[in-house]
Design a protein around this ligand. Structure first.
Ligand code: 5GP
Ligand code: MG
Ligand code: MG
Length: 179
């Protein structure tokens, strides 16, 4: 990791413990049911990969990709589906897995679309939550960490497609994007 550009917020071991706790809670809540986990690409893929390996209920996976940000660090408010789900979610217990909820615009859009497909239940798990920036009434059901309004990268999260492979969640130093 390039520590000139980033500052570690949650290291690998800290994340591992947190994700294990979340997996345990989710497994308890869905006991006796089959879960369809929907990962929102690309940011959620590292968190999702770790989270599903902590699950003790039968799990199937699907993915959705929406675009909202381009390469900037704040929301444009415009969201469109880039890749839709492969499978029907009708009558399924669906858990959306997202990296971070910021304004909530992306999840609001996704939830509206998925609710119209009549799942049995629809919940949201996110690793990070920035409630101070919320512009919608989205409330994630499972949250790893609530964080202040700082732009973070690593553990799947990018800036201009960089840093996704960093094992820690890091704050990107503003100097990287302010010029
Ligand atoms: P929202 O629609 O809630 O404003 O933003 C949702 C998406 O914006 C997230 O899934 C994530 O891809 C991106 N995003 C929001 N905040 C951050 C951040 O601090 N770092 C990174 N890398 N992406 C963010
Ligand atoms: Mg995302
Ligand atoms: Mg991004």
């Amino acid at each position: 990791m390039d520590l000139v550009k980033v500052e570690v917020l949650f290291d690998r071991e800290t994340l591992k413990k947190k994700v294990a706790e979340m997996g345990k809670q989710i497994s308890q809540d869905y006991k006796g049911r089959d879960l369809l986990v929907v990962g929102i690409l690309k940011g959620a893929f590292v968190f999702m990969a770790d989270l599903i390996r902590e699950m003790e209920v039968p799990v199937e996976l699907d993915f959705m990709d929406v675009s909202s940000y381009g390469i900037s660090t704040s929301s444009s408010g415009e969201v469109r589906i880039v890749k839709d789900l492969e499978y029907s979610i009708k009558d399924r217990d669906v858990l959306i897995v997202e990296d971070i909820v910021d304004t909530g615009l992306t999840l609001k859009y996704i939830c509206e679309i998925l609710r119209n497909r009549n799942p049995r239940s629809l919940k949201i798990a996110c690793l990070l939550d920035k409630p101070s920036r919320r512009k919608t009434d989205i409330h994630p059901d499972y949250v790893g960490y609530t964080i202040p309004d700082k732009f973070v990268v690593g553990y799947g999260l990018d800036y201009a497609e960089q840093y996704r492979h960093y094992p820690a969640v890091c704050v990107l130093k503003p100097a990287v994007y302010e010029n």
